[in-house]
Design a binder for this molecule. Structure first.
Ligand code: DCP
Ligand code: CA
Ligand code: CA
Length: 348
């Protein structure tokens, strides 16, 4: 049982909250059209602006043509990231078993905490209430038997929606929807499906009429996935970040190398990235692994373990560089790739 949560017109709603005089009138977040700065496209807009056919990704100049009277604001990413963090903390108060997929979106695996779909509905409405009370923001929530159904459910009654789809209703729930409402089916896939069926405006039902063999022959490996998705089947799991066993980075050299300068600089860089990621995770580390791949694709690793502790760059570098030196002396030829990984202690 999965719950999907997605914030309503996220960047724009946060701006409305910060400055209530923007509410109730068209608001576009993306760039300042007069100065022509910023990314040049609309990041998002509120629902009033959507009435003027303004959409995410549209050039800001076009949004301006559609609605010159709208308020245009630059993207204040720091602000939205902070809000996103706060929302993650609220989600964590419901369950640690969640996967954040973007700044404004997450999947919660709620099978352990909701024994049935009416409990799930209460969890959904409690979560919405918490976010509204603590952050003064609305969001939409969907619950379903898998990630895909939950996402379609949360999208289906925006803004401020709460939609619960019981497993017995999944198939019916999606059958008459546009094929584009199926997550993972973008404009290119849609076009090829239209070609197969020689028909526009495809519904899920239309695509169900295509055989598995035909989908496979057109889309290769993805064919099976499309076949399953239009039938409401999605086996992908909620990958909770908190449960990641390790994090690491690797880098392949442009050219196989033995240049000590190059190797050590690259090593420092990946150590810095891994240290930063580990600090971000806020978890204790119990081992460090260094990987070295030779020209012949032989992979050598060296590992050191210690009592679980919080690490920083200096610690990781000091331990890691010894492992690296061992690997380099064992391995005579030029190096193709190096990598650093930290294994977390299982404490949560
Ligand atoms: N975003 C962006 N550029 C895009 C799409 C989105 O910068 N092309 C940013 C701005 C959005 C945020 O990501 O506020 C979340 O994207 P969503 O697709 O979830 O859209 P919204 O939250 O803005 O609207 P909705 O109410 O439809 O979810
Ligand atoms: Ca959103
Ligand atoms: Ca989103």
């Amino acid at each position: 049982m999965i719950l999907h949560i997605d914030m309503d017109y996220f960047f724009a709603q946060v701006e409305e909250r910060e400055n209530p005089r923007f509410s109730g009138k068209p608001l576009v977040v993306g760039a300042e059209p007069k100065e022509g700065r910023g990314r040049g496209v609309v990041s998002t807009c509120n629902y009033e602006a959507r009435k003027y056919k303004i959409r995410s990704g549209m050039p800001i100049s076009r949004a301006y043509k559609n609605c010159p009277d709208a308020t245009f604001l630059p993207v204040n990413m720091k602000l939205y990231e902070g809000v996103s963090e706060n929302i993650s903390r609220i989600i964590e108060s419901v369950t640690k078993n969640y996967e954040k997929v973007s700044l404004d979106e997450a999947y919660l695996d709620i099978k352990e905490i909701a024994k049935n779909y009416s409990t799930a509905e209460r969890i959904g409405s409690d979560l919405k209430k918490l976010i509204l009370e603590r952050e003064s923001l609305t969001c939409s929530v969907g619950v379903g038997e898998n990630k895909m159904i939950a996402k379609i459910a949360s999208e289906s009654e925006k803004p401020d929606g709460l939609v619960i789809v019981k497993p017995c209703d999944s198939s019916r729930f999606i059958v008459s929807r546009s094929i584009r409402e199926i997550p993972g089916i973008g404009p290119k896939t849609e076009k090829r499906l239209q070609e197969i069926l020689s028909k526009g405006n495809l519904t899920v039902k239309d695509v169900r009429s295509i055989s598995k063999e035909q989908l496979n022959s057109v889309f290769g490996k993805r064919g099976e996935d499309i076949y399953n998705r239009v039938r409401g089947v999605d086996d992908s799991q909620v990958v909770s970040e908190k449960k990641a066993k390790s994090i690491g980075r690797e880098e392949t050299f442009d050219k196989d190398t033995l240049d000590p300068e190059k190797i050590i600089n690259t090593f420092r860089k990946i150590v810095a990235e891994v240290a930063e990621a580990a600090i971000e995770e806020d978890r204790k580390v119990k081992s460090i692994v260094v990987v070295c791949r030779s020209m012949e694709y032989e992979t050598h690793t060296r590992q050191v373990s210690f009592g679980p502790q919080v690490i920083d760059f200096d610690f990781l570098y000091k331990k890691g560089v010894r492992l690296l030196l061992h690997l380099l002396t064992e391995n005579s030829g030029p190096i193709r790739l190096i990598g650093v990984r930290v294994l977390f202690a299982v404490d949560d």
